[in-house]
Design a protein around this ligand. Structure first.
Ligand code: GDG
Length: 457
């Protein structure tokens, strides 16, 4: 059988026997562990010399790991510039936060070519290449220019915007042409896939054929929908494991029977944190009976903090949290706990299980694994309620959640009231329905379907 070669911007730090953080890392590692393979990507190091040359290889179990360093210029133009300064905001419909510079786009292409050249020398003829995410939209095109003819697939973890939104990126035509060099392009939801197909047929003169096949730029390739999932039973087992529950028990003791509303997000403007804080403020203003009875805890590990927009949102949130607490806190109660730090993954699951409400309100999100982890970690006998943004990919599957518009403060405030007052029968019913969906679309199913489709050609 052909060897699986995974390419992602960053290779997750993996140690044998330890759980990996995040869905991409967990899903990819499972796939690689199942049959062995190679994981290739950026080391995370910015090198002053010898950037782009593969570092010495490492082997963990049956997985070979190869990384390259980037130069400062690569990092600035590719990572901070086009990938995270231009593409990420537009993919999340935040065009006003996107900036564009042709030099940065050239840097993006240069780094995709650098990945391709370094990887080409490590490939066997029948290796199957699985690239991940918006950093590597140009990888297949660059590999083909380097003479590589292997099968190549891309999975996009983010949303894919409608053509009119994508076209705010001046380099949109070159980007789409590059994506069409893959053999399989996978999306989180059908609307994402349809938006891509719309661009191909309406802007690129291409043709849509049955079964997700597209024809454009003189070649045929396939698209598909692969909603990423979680390991349902493992999340619950981790939530119950005494060794993981130290922080959760401290939290419980400190809640003194108050209800906990919990949010967990990378500190990113696409996650809708400011709007959520304002919605919680609205809830407090509308529900005086909840004063002293409810605590909202926002865990927000810092992310991409060397990018200006990310520094700004951090400042803004600190201001809002202080203002809201100043307005409502009492001598024995502080309504909003804002934790600008990360937790070990194992400690997160028991924290989810403590929360009466999981509040997940991104402005846009490819999927949102926190929503799924929150549900999976609940006690089925006494589960909490998920309040979920209609603009998260997860909302396509989780209609058992309370679905809200993340821009509607009053709507979110109302959903919080509803969630906190929900009967145990209704909570159990909604949770059981959601769990059925999570099991059907688990992380294993995501990975197996993508790999099988890529292999099938
Ligand atoms: C991208 C797409 C898509 C969070 N805080 C901590 C921590 N986490 C873990 C969560 C979860 C993961 O990080 C976050 O995943 P999300 O899906 O919520 O969001 P993104 O990071 O934006 O992921 C997204 C995903 O890719 C997969 O395709 O769903 O739409 O944007 O697993 O548990 N992990 C640790 N400490 C923390 O403090 N260890």
């Amino acid at each position: 059988m052909s060897r699986l070669v995974v390419v992602s911007n960053r290779v997750a730090p993996i140690t044998e026997g330890e759980p990996a953080a995040g869905g991409l890392a967990v899903g990819v590692l499972d796939a690689l562990r199942a049959e062995g393979g190679l994981w290739f990507g950026w080391s995370g190091e910015v090198a002053t010399d010898a950037a782009g040359l593969p570092n010495p290889g490492r082997r963990v179990g049956n997985i070979d790991i190869r990384t390259i360093d980037l130069s400062r210029k690569d990092y600035d133009e590719f990572y901070r510039g086009f990938a995270n300064g231009t593409l990420w905001p537009v993919l999340h419909y935040q065009m006003g936060l996107s900036r564009f510079d042709w030099a940065e786009f050239a840097g993006y292409r240069r780094v995709n070519a650098l990945f391709a050249c370094s990887l080409a020398g490590l490939l066997d003829p029948d290796d199957m290449i699985w690239a991940h995410d918006y950093h590597l939209l140009g990888l297949a095109e660059a590999l083909r220019e380097a003479g590589v003819t292997n099968r190549m697939g891309l999975f996009l973890h983010t949303p894919f915007p409608e053509p009119g939104v994508l076209m705010t990126v001046p380099a949109h035509a070159a980007l789409i042409r590059a994506m069409a060099a893959f053999d399989l392009v996978g999306f989180q939801t059908e609307p994402d896939r349809t938006a891509f197909a719309d661009y191909i047929t309406r802007q690129a003169g291409g043709e849509a054929l049955p079964g997700g096949h597209l024809h454009a730029f003189g070649r045929g390739f396939r698209t598909g929908v692969y909603p990423i999932g979680v390991h349902v039973d493992e999340a619950r087992a981790e939530a119950e494991l005494p060794a993981n529950r130290r922080q959760a028990l401290r939290l419980r003791a400190n809640l003194h029977g108050r209800s906990l509303i919990l949010s967990v997000d990378r500190l990113d403007y696409a996650k809708g944190l400011r709007q959520r804080f304002l919605a919680f403020e609205r809830f407090l203003a509308d529900s005086p009976a909840a004063h002293g009875q409810v605590i909202f805890m926002q865990i927000a590990p810092p992310s991409r903090s060397d990018i200006q927009t990310y520094r700004e949102i951090r400042q803004e949130l600190e201001g809002e949290a202080g203002r809201i607490n100043g307005r409502f806190a009492d001598v024995d109660w502080v309504p909003l706990r804002y934790l600008n730090r990360s937790f070990p993954r194992a400690a997160l699951m028991p924290l989810y299980a403590e929360a009466r409400v999981g509040l997940v309100t991104p402005l846009r999100d490819g999927m949102n694994l926190v929503a799924k982890e929150y549900l999976a970690a609940q006690d089925p006998e006494d589960p909490g309620v998920l309040v979920l943004s209609q603009f998260a990919g997860a909302a396509r599957e989780l209609d058992a959640a309370l679905i809200v518009n993340p821009y509607d403060e009053a709507g979110i405030a109302h959903a919080l009231e509803q969630a906190l007052a929900m009967s145990i029968e209704e909570r159990r019913g909604r949770h059981a329905a959601a769990l059925d969906v999570l099991r059907r679309n688990s992380l294993d199913v995501w990975r197996d379907r993508f790999v099988a489709d890529l292999r099938a050609g």
